[in-house]
Write a protein that binds this ligand. Sequence first.
Ligand code: GLN
Length: 307
Amino acid sequence: VEDVNYERVLKKVAAYVEPHFGSGQVASYIPPLAEVDPRYFGMALYTLDGQLFVTGDAHKRFSIQSISKVFALSIAFNLLGDDVWSRLDREPSGTPFNSLVQLEVEHGRPRNPFINAGALVVVDILASHFAHPELAVMQFIRRLVANESIDIDLKLARSEQELAHRNIAMAHFMKSFGNLQNPVEEVIKSYCHQCAIAMSCAELAVAASFLANRGICSTQSTRIVNAGQAKRINALMATCGTYDAAGDFAYRVGLPAKSGVGGGILVVVPGVATACVWAPGLDKAGNSLVGIMALEQFAKITGWSIY
Ligand code: GLN
């Protein structure tokens, strides 16, 4: 690791993207997300020796949305090991996160756990182990951050659930192929609630540190997943974490990442640190536009890359 002043690095990154604050489109298909001020910008960096560096709105909580898929997968992977792959694949989809097209050709078997279809299968796996999978995910996160105040935004969850027609269609479709064991309504409800967990950049960076630390949560020194699983979750983030823009993201940033339509992007620097950026305006693929600009600059300054 280079000896760099991370405080200054984050300041430089924030100054670099400042002219672009507010760029992109906030997600409008989940009505409460459309009301979020697009000019927010926050970034946090959490090093494996336990230091936290922040800039801007790094302590303001936002809707983690698809970033929750990383935590849900971690629980399922730890429970089932490689058996999770009996019901879903681990290939980039090349299609948008909410696309239905591949599912028919591929007989209801999702391409990866980070597109919506795959995440619904992961929720279904959890639903066979927990009465309330979304609470299992929330408690898992609370434990990782050592913060009991992390919660689900219920208003947002209900709003998404009411308008979840496409995800409901996807779930029924997979069920018709026998790839969903629990009732569609239950899986959708849990999924929408899991996506509505609210966290800050600082909390997300801390929560994900086990992925940079060979599966061990650095705040608790407890094993969350084994080292091989941590490596593989990172590999999935690198190849599928930003959907059909994963190639461009790898080219520009070069680190495993998971985005959400709330405008957050969680990043893992294996063996070194975790980072999270938040800027609500999205690009066409549904990833934070200013967030990617910030991470591109951040990777350039630190020289961090897995490639
Ligand atoms: N809850 C969102 C959805 O299902 C999550 C999508 C995302 O963050 N990319 O559409």
